[in-house]
Ligand binder design. Structure first.
Ligand code: CO8
Length: 257
């Protein structure tokens, strides 16, 4: 597929999606979200891919949903055409996604980063939900995922004032997994993604699913789920291989079986 708003590459076992609307600081229009989904569909289907990195430019991961595209929307139009469903699909992928964020991650840009499984951020990254300045609110999960990630006090502060937080504040608050120098962002993100992609895929998908459960169910139900899927992994050949390799002091060779 020929993409116009993103660049798509495969590096080893890692799929890389680069948001590419530099003239609009990677503002997320409908076409771009559709293209991200198409690329992710391909990576999900490709047995050679174990992890995806989504990134933007040095100046902007993404400065939000495209305000100019949204400007003339009406209430029934927005409610009925359900563009939210396209955004939701990004957050529902089974294979892990890392957001490699430099520069602005604002509004829908911050929400897209939060749909990834974790964020590796450059030291110039800035996060915010400035929708309140446009007389709206976050619409792609910002009031929910941000609150889960950084707690009510800071989420309220950001959503009500529209201010940006720098990368150090974002890391202290728990939004960002790692801060790296801007020049090393892609190297570090690709290294982390390759590390994930070389593990046994059934265990990777299970780990992702189990951690996400923690946000949706009670502690006891989460623990029961963890116990069930932990036990289930003993049905894989890769578990035998992983533990045999440890005992024999060699590298495991996983077959995703
Ligand atoms: N949408 C459209 N165009 C944008 C956006 C955007 N979000 N952000 C920047 N641009 C464009 C500018 O209009 C400008 O274009 P032009 O040169 O044609 O005028 C170009 O990008 C460069 O931007 P600036 O000149 O403003 O660059 P600065 O470095 O001066 O400022 C900022 C950078 C501070 C990031 C500034 O551009 C800004 O404030 N941008 C808007 C940030 C914002 O409000 N984001 C939230 C948008 S609303 C949202 O995300 C809702 C999500 C809901 C999703 C649910 C969908 C179903």
């Amino acid at each position: 597929m020929a993409y116009e708003t993103i660049l798509v590459e495969v590096k080893g076992k890692v799929g890389v999606i680069t948001l590419n609307r530099p003239q609009a600081l990677n503002a997320l229009n409908g076409q771009l979200i559709g293209e991200v989904n198409a690329a992710l569909d391909g990576f999900e289907r490709d047995p050679g891919i174990g992890c995806t990195v989504i990134t933007g430019s040095e100046k902007a991961f993404a400065a939000g949903a495209d305000i100019k595209e949204m400007q003339e929307r009406t209430y029934p139009g927005t409610y009925l055409d359900d563009k939210f469903a396209d955004w939701d699909r990004i957050g529902q992928r089974r294979k892990p996604i890392i957001a490699a964020v430099a520069g602005f991650a604002l509004g829908g840009g911050c929400e897209l980063a939060m749909m990834a499984d974790f964020i590796i951020a450059a030291d110039n990254a800035r996060f915010g939900q400035p929708e309140i300045n446009l007389a709206v609110i976050p619409g792609a999960g910002g009031t929910q995922r941000l609150t889960h990630a950084i707690g009510k006090a800071k989420a309220m502060d950001l959503c009500l004032t529209g201010r940006m937080m720098d990368v150090n504040e974002a890391e202290r608050a728990g939004l960002v997994a790692r801060i790296v120098p801007l020049a090393d962002l892609m190297t570090e993100a690709l290294k982390a993604a390759e590390q994930i992609a070389t593990k046994s895929l059934p265990s990777v998908l299970t780990a992702k699913e189990a951690v996400n459960r923690a946000f949706e169910v009670t502690l006891n139900e989460g623990l029961r789920f963890e116990r069930r899927v932990f036990s289930a992994l003993f049905a894989t050949q890769d578990q035998k291989e992983g533990m045999a390799a440890f005992a024999e002091k060699r590298k495991p060779e996983f077959k995703n079986l």
